[in-house]
Design a protein around this ligand. Structure first.
Ligand code: AMP
Ligand code: MG
Length: 392
């Protein structure tokens, strides 16, 4: 059995082999750039008016003569002399001869006669060519996560595709004789199978969409076959249940049979002690103890950081904050505890009542996990504890 710290270190020190792919800018939402992106154009590509108004040459004389118009999308630069103005609109090309745009609210126009009521500073209301980014400039660096603004920015530069880290293909194997699909009344002795939905939701929340699922009974041969099939298809395999020491737990044997090398088995933690982690070439396997709360906690603590690292090409550790605990917690087990808890608006944290690894009701209402380290026998009321924020 290893400590939580060693288990985390063991996982984070595994070399990953994330692949890159070209994706359309809009489909890259949520992905991370695997290469620097340089701008193919100046942005703006020409001197643009930032206002609806009048383009002119700045002076202290406020009277001008209207000579032409520049509408957004027009390509001509009207000729103008020192006393001329050109009617101009937001986004339109500013005539080469003009240095300032006066907003229309500060102008009185009467036919050709234009009188400026309030002259702005020279060069006002003009977006200079390349002021946002120049052609060849670094638009977004490798490692940037693409949000909606980045999609807009890159599209505005005329970019169609970008190079991003490929999301991993994740296999999920569900084991257990007692599990029944949702849709029919429960048979005696059975429970509804929920870890497949739970893991699918947690994976989707992480941004993983390529998920292959299989379910098997507690049977060695079927487990071996399913492990083989899913390992062939995925980069990371998650197994639910069957990894404890019961007579019908066949997952470990099935993994070893498929040449998955054990990295560690059993972590000094509650919940999720029988967690098994292994690898086969560039693929990784997390065999998660089947109780739903163990599955989810092991996912957040161990699987999530690896997925993040895979998808961003960067090291990752979950965000931890300190908060005052509103009640005392005894830890006689000597294990690291991960407690479902609510981070309150006043910044304090309240452990939930139902901490059993089978209880999902309290998990559904939690927004953090309190981490009580092994060896810490008692958390006193009002004492600061470390909390790991759960993704919303
Ligand atoms: P196991 O790790 O296979 O010994 O399972 C531990 C507990 O989790 C048992 O009470 C199982 O019935 C329950 N369990 C295992 N797999 C699932 C699942 N897919 N959905 C819901 N509960 C499960
Ligand atoms: Mg089982």
């Amino acid at each position: 059995m290893i400590s939580v710290t060693d288990a985390l270190h063991s996982i984070s020190s595994q070399e990953l082999d994330p692949k890159e792919e070209q994706r359309s800018v809009v489909d890259a939402l949520g992905a991370t750039l695997s290469k620097d992106v340089y701008s193919p154009i100046d942005m703006p590509p020409f001197r643009q008016s930032a206002m609806d108004g009048y383009a002119l040459r700045h002076s202290n004389d406020m009277n001008y003569r209207l000579v032409d118009e520049s509408q957004a999308g027009n390509d001509a630069s009207p000729k103008m002399s020192a006393r001329d103005v050109v009617r101009i609109f937001t986004g339109a090309l500013v005539p080469d001869d003009a240095d300032t745009v006066v907003m229309q609210e500060h102008v009185q126009a009467n036919g050709e006669e234009v009188s400026v009521q309030k002259m702005p500073k020279p060069f006002s209301n003009i977006r200079e060519k390349g002021e946002q980014i120049e052609e060849g400039g670094l638009a977004l660096a490798k490692g940037t996560q693409i949000n909606a603004a980045a999609v807009g920015f890159l599209s505005g530069l005329g970019l169609g595709d970008v190079s991003v880290y490929q999301k991993p293909k994740v296999g999920v194997l569900i084991t257990g004789n007692e599990l029944q699909s949702v849709g029919a009344p429960l048979k005696k002795g059975c429970i509804y199978e929920s870890n497949s939905s739970l893991l699918k939701a947690a994976l989707r929340q992480t941004g993983v969409s390529d998920i292959e699922m299989l379910s098997v009974l507690d049977d060695l041969q079927s487990t071996k076959d399913a492990v083989k099939e899913l390992l062939d298809k995925s980069d990371i395999l998650l197994v639910s249940g069957g990894i404890s020491v019961g007579d019908y737990d066949f997952v470990k044997e099935a993994l070893i049979h498929n040449n998955v090398e054990e990295v560690f088995y059993k972590v000094n933690q509650k919940p999720g002690k029988p967690l098994w982690f292994g690898k086969k070439a560039s693929k990784f396997v997390f065999a998660l103890p089947g109780n739903p709360a163990s599955v989810l906690t092991c996912f957040y603590i161990y699987v999530y950081p690896m997925l993040q690292r895979w998808m961003t090409g960067q090291s990752f550790s979950s965000e931890r904050i300190l908060a005052k605990c509103t009640s005392g917690v005894a830890n006689k087990s000597g294990k690291t505890l991960f407690l479902k808890a609510i981070l309150n608006e006043d910044g304090s944290v309240s452990p939930q009542g139902g901490q059993s690894s089978a209880m999902m009701h309290t998990y559904a209402l939690s927004n953090v996990l309190i981490c009580v380290p092994e060896g810490k026998k008692q958390v006193h009321e009002g004492e600061e504890v470390e909390c790991i924020k759960l993704p919303l």
